[in-house]
Write a protein that binds this ligand. Structure first.
Ligand SMILES: [Zn+2]
Length: 136
């Protein structure tokens, strides 16, 4: 899924937890869970950069509304595993190989994808649910 979707859902999950360490774990687990849901993925660095910028901006904007370190950390933990995909795409652009290590990227856990528009709608619904949960 997109970084923004992972960050919003991870932050929403983290908002239910007061312990920062558990919030990070929940954020990471939410990433695996979301990657198992059929979704669309982009494969171009420019979309990855835009996605990380949008997701990071939303996390910082929501940090004012949701005070507490665990919420922010869970959002970062939810989104950060996808940075290895952006790094991998960037290295591939320069002809270098990259091996993913996160379970839902390495093949250890099934990563399900579907094409647009349904795959995009799936992303939007999860991102919206996370956002609405955070601003409730
Ligand atoms: Zn992922």
């Amino acid at each position: 899924m997109y970084f923004t979707t992972h960050a919003l859902v991870g932050a929403a999950a983290g908002s239910t937890i007061k312990n920062w360490f558990l919030a990070v774990i929940v954020g990471l687990l939410s990433h695996i869970g979301l990657d198992m849901v059929p979704h669309h993925d982009y494969h171009q660095v420019r979309y990855g950069v835009a996605d990380v910028l949008i997701g990071s901006t939303l996390l910082f904007a929501l940090a004012d509304r949701n005070p507490g370190f665990p919420v922010f950390l869970a959002g970062v933990a939810g989104g950060i595993p996808d940075l290895e995909l952006v790094i991998g795409e960037a290295r591939g652009f320069f002809g270098k190989k990259w091996r993913n290590i996160f379970p839902s990227h390495s093949g250890l856990v099934r990563h399900r994808t579907i094409s647009t528009p349904l795959g995009f709608v799936t992303q939007a619904l999860f991102a919206l649910a996370g956002l609405l949960f955070l601003i409730r």
